[in-house]
Design a protein around this ligand. Structure first.
Ligand code: ADP
Ligand code: ZN
Ligand code: MG
Length: 483
């Protein structure tokens, strides 16, 4: 196959994302919605599907679903209706899943993403609320399968895109943008490793210029965004190869094998389920008032991408810096509170994206609830700027501020950290450094100014960072070059 034939096909992708909500209780009963508890401890007759039990809808789950649908710019079905999706599987004790069929909470929405450097809208076909199934654990060693019903009845939202995505990379970018948006909403921890965010990927290829969709594969068993990208690349190539060779494709579900990095057929369309959806008789349809929907709309946070653009424009930040800040809304808020105290934004950003994040990371703290107030943080930056302490000492002070919650001033006074700018005091240090490093001193006298940085560094070391490096530099030059 030549690369010319390769290029004459276009990849078409649509993604189905399942999102578990982090509500306290499950969607239709009062059991704890908790990951990692001992198996089958968070169960009751309702989520075990025992006869005679009745589901009761969790209001928070409904509010979250509306929130997500609104954030996806969907039209909202205020008429709330649930349906039974019938199938048998050992992880589904009722023999059906309560889902939404013809009235999904949201439809016709979109997610705006940044792919490369261009903005793109990926349309959302529908977003509906349903319950999760239990979890099967296949123990190959003991040749048994175990089932844990703790997950049964976890509130779940399914978000289905239109086939708008045109490359594996774009699918990756969509997932990254969607995850950040969902994190902003605080409705889920969006942790793929825990299964709170899962993705099935649909892909087909078609000749460039063709408007009809090609035969698709649906890929399951994707455990990371990286896996989604790799599986889509693999599968799109497999389609191209078959089509270029004039061979037919069958619509099928395939599994990603992450060790072999290949997809394998699981079932073809002929074996696809017929779920015999019908209205859930145990949950009476009802209507959410426009007022309640508007209240939820008003509670939506600023979108990450909007924040990204606004921060760059308002504070003259580079895309790189703004990109780090928006990864966490609390961090962006912290930045903006600091920017009210001190400008330019770039300076604050350097302190946040450098020393602050490094220190939070080392101390295993998150940006949520940064233990230093914006006032204290900018006060420290100001002290460094004014030369009261050196940059190096400033970073040490920040570390202590995060550890102890003390102010910069208190730490400076307690540890005697004020920068030495007093010439007489510094001269003694400089003289000592020059004596101890005569080779470097000689080099400077011969005009090799590279050695200056070294001598300044030695002086900083000698003074434990307390010397004002600019004055030290001046003193060294004066001593060595002007007499
Ligand atoms: P199914 O009935 O097999 O579940 P849907 O029509 O519900 O298929 O679509 C599921 C997902 O697959 C959606 O995200 C949709 O955009 C995507 N999709 C549908 N047809 C194609 C295709 N031919 N190529 C790529 N993606 C597709
Ligand atoms: Zn229960
Ligand atoms: Mg479908």
């Amino acid at each position: 196959m030549t690369s010319a034939t390769q290029q004459s096909y276009e990849t078409v992708i649509g993604l189905e994302v399942h999102l578990q909500f982090n509500t306290e209780s499950k969607i239709f009963c009062g059991c704890a919605n908790q990951f990692g508890h001992p198996p089958n401890t968070n169960t009751c007759p309702v989520c075990l599907g025992l006869p005679g039990t009745l589901p009761v809808l969790n209001k928070t789950a409904l509010d979250y679903a509306i929130k997500v649908a609104l954030a996806l710019h969907c039209q909202i079905n205020s008429h709330i209706k649930f349906d039974r999706k019938n199938y048998y599987y050992p992880d589904l004790p009722k023999g059906y899943q309560i889902s939404q069929y013809d009235y999904p909470i949201g439809h016709n929405g979109y997610v705006e993403i940044l792919s490369g450097d261009h903005l793109q809208k990926i349309r959302v076909h529908r977003a509906h609320l349903e319950e999760d199934a239990g979890k099967l654990i296949h123990d190959a060693k003991n040749k048994v399968s175990l089932v844990d019903y703790n997950r049964t009845g976890t509130p779940l939202m399914e978000i289905v895109t239109e086939p708008d995505i045109r490359s594996a990379q774009e699918a990756y970018d969509y997932l990254t943008a969607l995850k950040l948006l969902l994190q902003y909403l605080n409705v889920s921890d969006c942790d793929m490793e825990k299964g709170s965010l899962r993705c099935d990927a649909n892909v087909s290829v078609r000749p460039l210029g063709e408007t009809r969709l090609g035969t698709k594969s649906e890929i399951k068993n994707l455990n990371s965004f990286r896996a989604v990208k790799a599986a889509l690349d693999y599968e799109a190539n497999r389609h191209r190869t078959l089509l270029s060779a004039g061979q037919p494709l069958v619509q099928e579900t395939r599994l990603w094998d992450e060790h072999e990095e290949v997809t394998q057929s699981m079932r073809s369309k002929e074996q696809a389920h017929d779920y015999r959806y019908f209205p859930e008789p145990d949950l009476v349809p009802f209507t959410v008032s426009d007022k309640n929907i508007e209240l939820i709309r008003e509670s939506l946070p600023e979108e990450p991408l909007k924040k990204f653009e606004r921060l760059q424009a308002a504070y003259d930040l580079a895309a790189y810096d703004a990109g780090i800040l928006i990864q966490n809304p609390e961090l962006a808020d912290f930045f903006e509170a600091c920017a009210k105290q001190l400008s330019p934004g770039k300076k604050i950003c350097n302190w946040i994206n450098g020393p602050l994040l490094q220190e939070l990371n080392t101390q295993k703290k998150t940006a949520a609830g940064i233990p230093v107030s914006p006032e204290q943080f900018t006060d420290l930056i100001r002290k460094v700027e004014e030369g009261a302490v050196s940059h190096l000492v400033g970073k040490d002070i920040l570390k202590k501020m995060i550890q102890t919650g003390q102010t910069a001033q208190a730490i400076i006074e307690h540890d005697g950290l004020t920068q030495v700018s007093d010439n007489a005091a510094l001269e003694a240090y400089v003289n000592q450094v020059i004596t101890e490093n005569s080779t470097a001193a000689q080099e400077i006298q011969n005009g090799k100014m590279q050695a200056l940085g070294f001598l300044i560094g030695q002086t900083m070391k000698l003074t434990q960072g307390k010397a004002n490096p600019k004055i030290v530099g001046d003193l060294i030059k004066r001593r060595l070059l002007h007499g």
